[in-house]
Design a protein around this ligand. Structure first.
Ligand SMILES: Nc1nc2c(ncn2[C@@H]2O[C@H](COP(=O)(O)OP(=O)(O)OP(=O)(O)O)[C@@H](O)[C@H]2O)c(=O)[nH]1
Length: 204
């Protein structure tokens, strides 16, 4: 069983809860309790693998109070960073979050520097009052090794589901790569013995 931990972060009122609840229930409720952080659990099967998914839906108020994000960076395997396409300040906040996640000094954290990040421009249904261009979102994502999409939690259930599935798949790929890079205990011992005795035998 794989454990996948996903943190949904972003500015106030960008739709973090709406996206999370849309993914978990396929419903758009409209108003969500917003003064506390929530962690949701979902058991799912993806590509014939059983997953135990945990989604941390951050509350903007607590997020502002502790922008260092240290505990999130240690906890999460991947991040969904949400901004509202009709609110430029939320894009600036998303940018700051991405820089924080990708900052070199974050490398001591569990998985932050290489972790999967999905930048989401939410509220696409409000494109008549758009303040952030699609190209700006795309560029920010490309420059910082993130995936990117614009969507509407209010109107696009399937797109929301596909976005979550894509980041979960990226997380699973990262986990696999890390496992490959880290030789198992017995293999590394065999390598060590081979290096010491193998080389000596040659020189006799
Ligand atoms: N038009 C539109 N409204 C949306 C969309 N997604 C969320 N909203 C609305 O935006 C408001 C904020 O949504 P939330 O999901 O509570 O946002 P949040 O980021 O979790 O909020 P905080 O935790 O308080 O920062 C609510 O009124 C939602 O109904 C969307 O795709 N389109």
């Amino acid at each position: 069983m794989n454990d996948v931990k996903l943190a949904v972060l972003g500015g106030e009122g960008t739709g973090k809860s709406a996206l999370t609840v849309r993914f978990l229930t396929k419903r758009f409720i409209g108003e969500y309790a917003s003064n506390f952080d929530s962690v949701y659990n979902k058991h799912m099967c993806l590509e014939r693998k059983q997953l135990n998914l945990e989604i941390y839906d951050s509350c903007s108020q607590t997020q502002k109070a502790k922008f260092s994000l240290t505990s999130e960076l240690h906890w999460a395997d991947g991040f969904v960073i949400v901004y509202d396409i009709s609110d430029r300040s939320s894009f600036a906040f998303a940018k700051a979050l991405i820089y924080r996640i990708r900052a070199p000094q974050t490398s001591h954290c569990k998985r932050a520097v290489d972790s999967a990040v999905f930048l989401v421009g939410n509220k696409r249904d409000l494109c008549h009052v758009r303040e952030v261009g699609w190209e700006e979102g795309q560029k920010l994502a490309l420059d910082n090794r993130c995936q990117f999409c614009e969507l509407s939690a209010a109107e696009q259930s399937l797109e929301v589901e596909m976005m979550f599935i894509r980041i979960i798949k990226d997380i699973l790929i990262n986990v696999k790569l890390k496992e490959k890079r880290r030789p198992s205990g017995s293999k590394s011992m065999a390598k060590l013995i081979n290096n010491v005795f193998g080389k000596r035998r040659k020189s006799v």
